[in-house]
Design a protein around this ligand. Structure first.
Ligand code: UN1
Length: 509
């Protein structure tokens, strides 16, 4: 079955057709096989996309190599102005793009719109950066010498993004990479290819309108095995930013590092929040429900493990169960709903398999646990009581299953927070400053995102986003993440009339 296009006028507004070509390098092409794009709410086909081949990717790469000569020589504030225009073009289409994200990915409209807002925000941020990408001048030990740092673009970078943030994660990488003077080759998730296409249309128009060459931004929809591998192994890609599973990330890391390319890896999370006995319970409750149920548990920052102090364990559990019951599930485009479907049928299987494993490992389902009998890929948001040592608790299930774990002391809770292989997001609810500073310090949370009175999801673009351990490496978005998208030259300059060697070395010829 297929959807009726007339029911979704925003598709036409965004130039989406019944059949699209999945590669852009100035023109739309694609020589590969066709894949359907499925709506997770109904299970119906939205439209078809023809995938790119390795040959199509090759054209993207060679055009990018060509275009970098223009883009990297464009003054940084002028690049900033182009990014400002990209932000404005996204603002003009925010409503339709947000709806497309909801239709294709399955997240509720408010989150779909939020994702486009995140893209707009990072454009604003990059515009500001365009006047601030700064180098240092450092003291030299030699008279009349200067040590200086100069930052230059890398050239061409690759972005492989995931289905769950089909626009924003590209946005973080794109805006920062562009302001730094790089061309960007993007491979989004195949199942969200309509979003890659719509976003690329909006952005490429800005470059074309300003008379820039083709190839500054290019895009491919294609199989990981051929197109993805080609992108990873190509020496022209100086930096590859990859978002996805830890197992694929491990492979990406090996391939890219084997050729001494750089990576930013945003892999699995297994995020915990700790509710202390002195917490503001209202804030803790609302924040944890959003983090666990929001995006149907399909954020890498979603709350997976909720650690509750023993003194309020039972009462907090009851309130959580009650709060879950108020979460309306259904059509993500209907604003009445707070939770949409899972993204694919495979995710539903991950959920049902996960529930079986949880039961086999001694877990108890205290709420939910079932597939919702209706069209589309719906499951119940689920709460489980389980021993923190159960093997399943160390894995990331990318579905709305929340583990409740009881603890006695903060030391014990921090140890549980840190005992999993992943290290992305974490949150502590407390009103006690001693607890807070312990949490933020060397013996506190070992994650990349360490929150207080806030659960694990919903980071702002101004900070550096990323994790530790099996979550990968590198940071995206704000703070000084831009440095990863540039190469640093340390420049030693002699303006004296003699030759002086460092460390006082004498070498008389
Ligand atoms: C992701 O799930 O891949 O912090 C990214 C958040 C969002 C980004 C999540 N701003 O939850």
């Amino acid at each position: 079955a297929e959807i009726t296009f007339d029911d979704y006028p925003f598709l036409a507004e965004l130039g989406i057709e019944k059949s699209s070509l999945g590669c852009f390098h100035g023109s739309w092409v694609a020589g590969g096989s066709e894949i359907p794009c499925i709506c997770p709410h109904t299970g119906k086909i939205i439209s078809y996309v023809k995938q790119a081949t390795a040959e199509d990717l090759e054209v993207c790469l060679s055009k990018a190599e060509e275009a970098k000569n223009v883009w990297m020589m464009t003054p940084t504030p002028v690049r900033g102005e182009i990014i400002r225009q990209i932000g404005d073009a996204l603002r003009a289409k925010k409503e339709s793009l947000g709806k497309l994200v909801s239709l294709v990915m399955g997240k509720i409209l408010s989150e779909g719109l939020g994702e486009i807002q995140e893209f707009i925000d990072i454009c604003d941020y990059a515009l500001g950066l365009s006047r601030q990408l700064e180098g240092k001048i450092l003291p030299s030990e030699r008279a009349k010498h200067v040590l200086m740092e100069v930052w230059n673009p890398l050239g061409v970078i690759g972005v492989i993004s995931a289905f769950n943030f089909p626009a924003a994660v590209y946005g973080w990488n794109l805006a920062i990479a562009l302001v730094c003077g790089n061309c960007v080759v993007w491979k989004g998730a195949s199942s969200t290819s309509l979003i890659s296409i719509a976003v690329t249309k909006v952005i490429s128009e800005v470059f074309a309108k300003n008379g820039y060459p083709e190839g500054i931004i290019t895009m491919v929809v294609g199989p990981g095995g051929s197109v993805g591998e080609a992108l990873m192994s190509d020496n022209r890609i100086r930096l590859l930013s990859f978002t996805g599973s830890t197992s694929i990330g491990r492979h990406v890391s090996q391939v890219v590092h084997n050729r001494f390319g750089r990576t930013i890896l945003e892999l699995g999370g297994n995020n915990a929040a700790i509710v202390m006995d002195d917490a503001d319970i209202e804030i803790a409750l609302r924040s944890c429900v959003f983090a666990a149920v929001g995006t149907a548990g399909q954020r890498c920052t979603s709350l997976r493990r909720l650690l509750i102090h023993e003194s309020l364990y039972e009462s907090f559990k009851e309130r959580l169960i009650a709060a879950y019951s108020t979460v309306r599930i259904g059509d993500p485009l209907d604003p009445i709903n707070l939770m949409g479907p899972l993204h694919t049928q495979a995710a539903v299987k991950e959920f049902t398999d996960g529930i079986e494993t949880i039961k086999a490992q001694g877990g108890t389902i205290v709420r939910g646990g079932c597939v919702v009998e209706r069209p589309g890929f719906y499951v119940e948001p689920t709460i489980v009581e389980i021993n923190h040592n159960a093997p399943i608790v160390r894995e990331e299930l990318f579905v709305p299953i929340l583990y409740l774990i009881k603890f006695k002391t903060l030391d014990e809770a921090i140890a549980i927070n840190n005992e999993v292989p992943q290290g992305l997001a974490s949150g502590l609810f407390t009103m006690n400053m001693r607890n807070m500073w312990q949490w933020l310090g060397p013996k506190g949370s070992d994650c990349g995102l360490v929150n207080v009175n806030m659960a694990t999801s919903g980071a702002e673009i101004g900070g550096a986003f990323g994790g530790e351990k099996e979550t990968g490496e590198g940071r995206e978005s704000g703070s000084d993440s831009w440095k990863q998208y540039m190469r640093r030259s340390t420049c030693a300059i002699n303006f004296s009339t003699t030759l002086a060697l460092a460390q006082g070395v004498q070498f008389n010829i």
